[in-house]
Ligand binder design. Structure first.
Ligand code: NAD
Length: 347
């Protein structure tokens, strides 16, 4: 199995290091894993003047799974090419259109997931830009973006959501803004149509504005959330409030082949990069979902998941979690990775 790790920028390398410790334990447990490394984001700009080169893309295509740390940072604020373009290019070129973000915390009885469309919508829709025009006789800047989805893009995403719910609580919540946006009206219509093909699954619709409240107030009622690119982006960051820290959420992106991209939901955290205080749970949980979804190994996936929560139940945590853990004892990134690996191996 070829697993390609793209650590990226900021805290990416230090959290990736913790992941590799766990991957090496998976090898001891019998997995035949070939770990490969390469560049994406700012580090790739520094080396090759582009945030993702063709060679890396080809290596991605030949891998069984890709694990990405995070990209971006202050260093490239004034760069004409941004590190984040590498990530958008990777998602687009390899057609990663479905992004699964499990929101799970046994301490609080939280267990639902967000399925976010990743390849379309306002982040990619054209036309987009900033131009100058005479408005009320004054030359003025104006800007525009396009929330663009076609029927096929919506159908393939929503079908995945319904299929995922079949192995869960059989509840799908579709989030849109169909009281205002045409793109959402089409989304809702298609969700209702697909729902009619899944008789055992219950579908409900919530507007995005109210969804931000439901997530915090009624998360126990949620099972599978389906939504577009921008709403999914914002809601999943909000979910970090539920689990404890932005550093604790993993994600899995699927394309129409068998390739998967695993990444934590957070950014490169340039404010704490290099200080050995970042939280590696997000990237390690990416391996938990890789074991479950890609390798169909529920046993090892659960073992790794509960190793993380065992460490937390003893009070060990990185500094970002101190307000969520009882009798907390702060450890650094390296120590935290070692503790998780210890329980994963010995317990
Ligand atoms: P961010 O997620 O990097 O950081 C937000 C806050 O959360 C910061 O205070 C940070 O220290 C903290 N944080 C994030 N991850 C953490 C972790 N694992 N452990 C402890 N604390 C953590 O978001 P931002 O500050 O808006 O963006 C910083 C850079 O990251 C920008 O260049 C942005 O474009 C980029 N970014 C990249 C990705 C990605 O690679 N997928 C996603 C979002 C943002």
């Amino acid at each position: 199995m070829n697993i390609l790790i793209l650590p990226g920028d900021g805290i990416g390398p230090e959290i990736s290091l913790q992941l590799v410790k766990i991957l090496k334990t998976c090898i001891i447990y019998g997995y035949k894993i070939n770990i490969l490394y390469n560049y994406i984001g700012g580090i790739s700009i520094d080396k090759y003047n582009i945030p993702l080169n063709e060679n890396v893309l080809n290596i991605c295509k030949e891998s069984d799974s890709i694990i990405l740390g995070c990209v971006g940072g202050y260093k490239w604020s004034n760069s004409p090419i941004k590190p984040e373009e590498g990530l958008l290019l990777l998602r687009k070129k390899l057609n990663f259109f479905a992004n699964i973000r499990p929101i799970k915390c046994p301490f609080k009885n939280i267990d639902f997931l967000i399925l976010r469309e990743l390849n379309g919508g306002i982040y990619y829709g054209k036309p987009k830009g900033i131009s100058k025009q005479i408005i009320n006789s004054i030359p003025s800047w104006y800007s525009y973006d396009t929330e663009l989805y076609n029927e096929q893009e919506i159908i393939r995403l929503i079908k995945i959501g319904f299929n995922l719910s079949l192995n869960r609580k059989k509840r799908v919540t579709s989030i849109d803004k169909s009281n205002v946006l045409y793109s959402s009206k089409l989304w809702k219509k298609i969700a209702n149509f697909i729902s009619s093909k899944f008789q055992t699954v219950k579908l409900n619709h919530i507007y995005i504005d109210y969804a931000t409240i439901e997530l915090i107030k009624n998360f126990k009622k949620l099972d599978v959330i389906i939504t577009n690119n921008i709403f999914g982006d914002i809601l999943s960051d909000e979910c970090s409030l539920l689990t404890g820290s932005l550093g604790m959420l993993p994600s899995l992106s699927l394309n129409n082949k068998s390739l998967s991209l695993f990444e934590p939901c957070h950014g490169s955290a340039p404010d704490i990069a290099g200080k050995n205080i970042s939280n590696p749970i997000g990237i390690i949980l990416s391996l938990v979902i890789m074991l479950e979804y890609s390798f169909n190994d529920k046993f090892l996936s659960n073992k790794l998941f509960y190793s993380i929560y065992k460490v937390l139940s003893y009070g060990f945590c990185t500094i970002d979690m101190k307000n969520y853990i009882k009798n907390f004892k702060i450890v650094n990134t390296n120590e935290f990775g070692d503790l998780i690996n210890y329980f994963f191996f010995y317990d």
